[in-house]
Design a protein. Structure first.
Length: 270
C-alpha cells in the first residue's frame, strides 16, 4: 500500500525521478538525495505537497513568477501604485504619483515655476503669489499691502503712488464718497511704513479750463488728499502738498481717456 502511494506521487510530477529515488518523511528524493520540484515550482511529497515553492531544499528550478501588471505604464506595478491612471509621459515617484519636485502642491508637468522656495504659497500654475499685484512675490515683499497704482522698490515697498482711481466732485476738491475706500487703503499702507519720513502730495489737472484755475484746483485737491490721510491716523508731520495744474500731463488732453489720466494726485514717498 505504501509503495502505491509513492508511485502515485511520482507519476504526478512532470520531472523524471531517478530509479534510486527513495521516500523519507513523505518526500520524493532524486538519486542525489535532493527533494524534487515540479515544473510548476511545487515541492512534492508522496501523498501531498508540503513545502513552499521558495524552499531552497527543493531540487530544480522554481516556476517563473508571473509578471505583475502596470496598467498605466508608469513603471510602478499596480499593487504599489497609489496613483493609478497616470497620463502617458508623466514622471512619477516610487508610489506611482506625478512628481512635484519643489513640493509646492503643483506637479512638475503643470508647474510653470519649478523651483519655488520651500513653504511659499503658489497659484494654480505653481508660481509664487503676489497678493498685492505690485510685481514682487509675497515671500520677498516687505510691504505686502501696497495700494494699486504704486511704483515699488525691490522689496515691494511703494516709492510713488498715483491716485487715478480717486475722483473729485465736478469743479471741486471734495473727494467723492465712492473713492474713500481707496484712500483708506493708502492710509493703512502708510501707517505700516515706519521707514517713510516724508510724503510729497502733488495734484494735477487736465487742460480743460483756465490755467490759473487749474493750478489752484490742483493745489486744493492735493491738500484734500493729505488731509484725509491724516484724518485716518497717518502722521501729519511727514506731508507736504503742492499743485502742478495742467503743466505735467501724462497723456493726450485731446481725448477723454487722456484727460482722465491727467486728472490725478501723486504721492512721492521718501
Amino acid at each position: 500500500m505504501h509503495i502505491k502511494k509513492i508511485s502515485l506521487a511520482l507519476a504526478l510530477t512532470p520531472l523524471l525521478i531517478s530509479s534510486n529515488a527513495m521516500a523519507e518523511k513523505g518526500l520524493a528524493y532524486d538519486s542525489a538525495d535532493k527533494v524534487w520540484r515540479t515544473g510548476y515550482g511545487e515541492c512534492w511529497t508522496s501523498p501531498y505537497r508540503d513545502k513552499t515553492p521558495s524552499d531552497t531544499s527543493c531540487y530544480g528550478e522554481p516556476a517563473p513568477a508571473m509578471a505583475e501588471g502596470d496598467a498605466d505604464n508608469d513603471g510602478v506595478v499596480d499593487s504599489k501604485d497609489q496613483c493609478p491612471g497616470t497620463a502617458a509621459g508623466v514622471k512619477v515617484d516610487e508610489k506611482g504619483c506625478a512628481l512635484d519636485s519643489d513640493g509646492d502642491g503643483v506637479v512638475d508637468g503643470s508647474d510653470k515655476c519649478p523651483n519655488t522656495p520651500q513653504g511659499a504659497k503658489v497659484d494654480a500654475m505653481g508660481c509664487e503669489l503676489d497678493s498685492d499685484g505690485d510685481g514682487v512675490v509675497d515671500s520677498k515683499d516687505a510691504c505686502p499691502n501696497t495700494p494699486a497704482g504704486a511704483t515699488v522698490n525691490a522689496t515691494g515697498c511703494a516709492e510713488q503712488i498715483v491716485l487715478q482711481d480717486v475722483r473729485f466732485e465736478l469743479n471741486s476738491y471734495r473727494i467723492s464718497s465712492e473713492y474713500v475706500a481707496t484712500l483708506d487703503h493708502v492710509a493703512a499702507s502708510l501707517k505700516a511704513r515706519s521707514d517713510v519720513k516724508s510724503v510729497e502730495v502733488t495734484g494735477h489737472t487736465d487742460s480743460t479750463g483756465a490755467a490759473d484755475y487749474n493750478q489752484s484746483l490742483s493745489e486744493k485737491r492735493a491738500k484734500a488728499v493729505a488731509d484725509y490721510l491724516i484724518s485716518q491716523g497717518v502722521n501729519g508731520a511727514i506731508f507736504t502738498t503742492n499743485g502742478m495744474g495742467e503743466s505735467s500731463p501724462v497723456a493726450d488732453n485731446s481725448t477723454a481717456e487722456g484727460r482722465a489720466q491727467n486728472r490725478r494726485v501723486e504721492l512721492k514717498l521718501d
